[in-house]
Design a protein around this ligand. Structure first.
Ligand SMILES: Nc1ncnc2c1ncn2[C@@H]1O[C@H](COP(=O)(O)OP(=O)(O)OP(=O)(O)O)[C@@H](O)[C@H]1O
Ligand SMILES: [Mg+2]
Length: 394
């Protein structure tokens, strides 16, 4: 699939952008702080309905947007059809940046109104129906820390891909997170003797049933990743390294448990952990505590990997994610590579380029085009990003 047009209004530092796109390779280059990452963030947001680097999605609204609203609009050509995606993000309280400025008006939202709204082909939709209409794989410098970074990053790696290919997964994940929050609050109240422990039974039932869906999808994804990732690791390391990605769910999961039996086993594990959970006032078991482990030649990369090995494993896992998305939907995802080449050495950079250039649509950002081979520069549509504008350079 590919994005054939993107328009932005008051999105970050883009006041107004109308960008014709198409299949092929796009290179967005420019100095620091001009809007390269913001552009990929907008594209990714149309696919996943949330920002990959804002702590709160309302941060994407241009600080001085007259109506406090950012508008994103994309036309996507898919295997079978084309689709028009629209999203608006509302920020009721923009930041005050200049003490001399008159204070910005605060706009009140009607109670219950959402800060983000979506339309697909002009028809209002729920978040769940927006996610996955367009599929992207984003590769940013932080992804090179997939192996040696925090566990949240690794869970996000699984969730971002699974949510886009399976709306049901996304639904389960959203509900699961709510249950974990409710259950943690309840555990604390029980600890303070304000509530009876039997109150947990209902939430345990909910938690284990949702956990079951999440765990089985994650397990399936990791199996598919493993069919691909080792191939990449071997090629990059000149055949010296074998990569294995191991899914370590926080609930003990036996290989022979069916999806029907597993929730009962999970409930039994919650029963055993109940005292400890009450004492600590937090949910200790479940997909929010799952882990992924990367083994190279059987050795844990988190504990013992060299920096090079960790990066190769991260790169291999991301390339495997790309195959996973393609295999799961039959349509190639749009590839967004934000400034990753500057972080890689020449051989890894060439390998990555080689793997990705054949994809239907690839968008690269860079401050420095000199690091790209001339055949890439020749075939890429180049845009110079300057202060929230994109100027065609090819
Ligand atoms: N809500 C917003 N409104 C207006 N400007 C914003 C907003 N959010 C971020 N910016 C500005 O957008 C500018 C460009 O950010 P961006 O991260 O896209 O830069 P970049 O071109 O990727 O730079 P680098 O090469 O350093 O990664 C930053 O200077 C930032 O201050
Ligand atoms: Mg950037």
């Amino acid at each position: 699939m590919y994005l054939s047009r993107l328009t932005l209004t008051d999105f970050r530092n883009y006041k107004q952008l109308d960008l014709p796109l198409g299949p092929g390779l796009f290179l967005f280059h420019g100095a620091n702080a001009q809007g390269k990452t913001n552009l990929l963030e907008a594209i990714s947001m149309l696919a996943t309905a949330s920002s990959f680097h804002a702590s709160n999605d309302r941060e994407v609204v241009y600080w001085h947007a007259p109506d406090h609203v950012a508008r994103l609009n994309g036309t996507v050509q898919r295997c079978e059809d084309s689709v028009q995606l629209e999203m608006i993000v509302f920020d009721p309280n923009p930041p005050i940046l200049d003490a001399d400025e008159p204070p910005t008006r605060t706009i009140e939202l009607p109670p219950g109104a959402s800060r983000k709204r979506y339309k697909v082909n002009g028809v209002p939709k729920r978040t769940m129906d927006m996610i996955g209409q367009m599929k992207v794989v984003l590769f940013a410098p932080a992804d090179l820390h997939l192996v040696d970074g925090g566990p949240d990053e690794r869970r996000r790696f699984l969730d971002r891909a699974l949510c886009q290919v399976q709306p049901r997964y996304c639904q389960a994940l959203v509900k699961y997170r709510k249950i974990v929050a409710q259950r943690s609050a309840l555990l604390k109240r029980i600890r303070e003797n304000q509530e009876d422990p039997t109150m947990l039974n209902y939430l345990d039932e909910q938690l284990t049933s949702l956990a079951n869906q999440i765990v089985f999808e994650r397990k399936r994804m990791v199996t598919t990743l493993n069919q691909q990732a080792n191939k990449f690791q071997q090629s990059i390391s000149g055949g010296r390294e074998q990569l294995q990605i191991v899914y370590r769910p926080s609930f003990k999961l036996e290989e022979n448990w069916t999806a029907f039996e597993a929730p009962q086993h999970f409930r039994a594990q919650l029963q055993t952990a109940r005292k400890k959970e009450i004492m600590q006032g937090v949910c200790l078991l479940g997909p929010h505590r799952d882990e992924l482990e990367f083994l190279v030649n059987g050795v844990s990369m988190m504990a013992y990997g060299s920096r090079g090995q960790q990066r190769t494993a991260a790169l291999s896992a991301k390339l495997a994610e790309l195959s996973f998305m393609h295999l799961s939907t039959g349509d190639q995802p749009i590839l967004l590579l934000d400034d990753v080449f500057s972080e890689l050495d020449t051989s890894r950079r060439e390998y990555l380029l080689d793997q990705v250039v054949t994809y239907e649509q690839v968008m690269l950002t860079s401050t420095d085009t000199a690091s790209f081979p001339s055949q890439i520069l020749q075939r890429a549509h180049s845009y110079h990003i300057i202060d929230g504008t994109a100027q065609s350079a090819s």
